[in-house]
Design a protein around this ligand. Structure first.
Ligand SMILES: [Fe+2]
Ligand SMILES: [Fe+2]
Length: 271
C-alpha cells in the first residue's frame, strides 16, 4: 500500500512562502525583496572582514564534504549514496570557488585559515554527524536546511559582496543547494513514509533527539557566524534568532509530519 502524503512537496517556492509568512509574523519591517545591490569590499578593514567571511563559507562547505565522504559507504541505500556523491562534488566545488575568491581578495593563501575553521566544526559537532544515521540526518538538517533563514536574510539585506562570488552563487550555489535540500527531504521521506505508525513515533523521537543535540552543539558557532556576517557583509541580524528558531520548527514540522503547534518546546539558539 502506498502512503498518502498529507504534506505538500518541499520546493523552493514552499520555502519562500513559509519564510515570508514567518517574516510577516516576527519581523514585518524586514524587506521581502532586496532593496539595494551589494557593493564590493573597499577598505582594508572591509576586505579583511570579507576574507574572514569567505573563509567561514569555504569551511562550511569543506566540512560537509568531509562528513559525507566519511560516511557515504556506511549506507546500503544506493539512492542515498548517489545523492551524497553529488553533494560531495557540489559542496567541494563551492568550497574551492570560495577559497579562490578569498585568495584573490586578500592576496594570500587561505588554506590554513580554512583548515582551522573546519576543525572548529569537528570540535563542536563531535561525532554527531558520523555517529549513526540519526546523527547524520541531524547534521544534514542543520547544515543544509536550518540555515535557510540566514540565507534568505542574506539575500535581502547584505550590503557587501564580491561580484565574482555573487555570480558563482547565483549560477551554481543556489541551484545546487536547492537540490541538496530536496535530496535530504527525499532520503528522509523514503525512510519515514515506509514506517508503520508505531515505527514513525520512534523515528520522530530519534530525529528530534539528534536534531536537538545538533542545535545545542551549534549555538555558539551560530552566534559567532551571524556576527561575522553582520560585520563583513552588513546583513541585519537583530531578528535572526527568532526567525531561525521559527524556521527550524517549520522544517521539523514538515519532516516529522507534526503541526508546528504540536511540536514540543525545542532548544533555542538563544539557550
Ligand atoms: Fe554548498
Ligand atoms: Fe550543500
Amino acid at each position: 500500500m502506498t502512503t498518502i502524503l498529507t504534506r505538500p512537496t518541499w520546493t523552493t517556492d514552499l520555502e519562500l512562502e513559509i519564510f515570508d509568512k514567518l517574516l510577516e509574523r516576527y519581523a514585518p519591517h524586514l524587506p521581502k525583496k532586496r532593496l539595494e545591490e551589494p557593493r564590493p569590499p573597499q577598505t582594508d578593514e572591509e576586505k579583511e572582514n570579507f576574507y574572514n567571511f569567505r573563509v567561514a563559507g569555504a569551511a562550511h562547505d569543506l566540512f560537509i564534504v568531509q562528513v559525507c565522504a566519511k560516511i557515504i559507504d556506511s549506507f546500503a541505500d544506493l539512492e542515498l549514496q548517489l545523492f551524497l556523491s553529488r553533494q560531495i562534488g557540489d559542496d567541494g566545488a563551492h568550497a574551492e570557488n570560495t577559497r579562490l575568491r578569498a585568495q584573490a581578495i586578500s592576496g594570500r593563501n587561505p588554506i590554513e585559515d580554512i583548515q582551522k575553521q573546519v576543525q572548529k566544526h569537528w570540535d563542536y559537532m563531535g561525532d554527531l554527524p558520523i555517529r549513526n544515521w540519526q546523527g547524520f540526518l541531524a547534521f544534514e538538517l542543520h547544515y543544509e536546511l536550518h540555515i535557510v533563514a540566514l540565507l534568505f536574510i542574506n539575500s535581502r539585506t547584505s550590503k557587501i559582496n564580491d561580484p565574482d562570488s555573487a555570480k558563482f552563487a547565483a549560477e551554481r550555489i543556489l541551484p545546487d543547494e536547492a537540490a541538496h535540500r530536496l535530496g535530504v527531504v527525499d532520503w528522509w521521506q523514503r525512510k519515514f513514509d515506509r514506517a508503520s505508525p508505531t515505527e514513525k513515533k520512534d523515528l520522530i523521537a530519534q530525529v528530534l533527539e539528534a536534531d536537538e543535540e545538533g542545535q545545542r552543539r551549534r549555538n555558539p558557532y551560530l552566534w559567532e557566524h551571524w556576527h561575522l556576517s553582520h560585520k563583513a557583509i552588513g546583513i541585519e541580524i537583530d531578528d535572526l534568532p527568532v526567525l531561525y528558531d521559527a524556521w527550524r520548527r517549520e522544517v521539523l514540522s514538515y519532516f516529522l509530519d507534526i503541526p508546528v503547534s504540536k511540536l514540543p518546546r525545542l532548544v533555542s539558539v538563544k539557550d
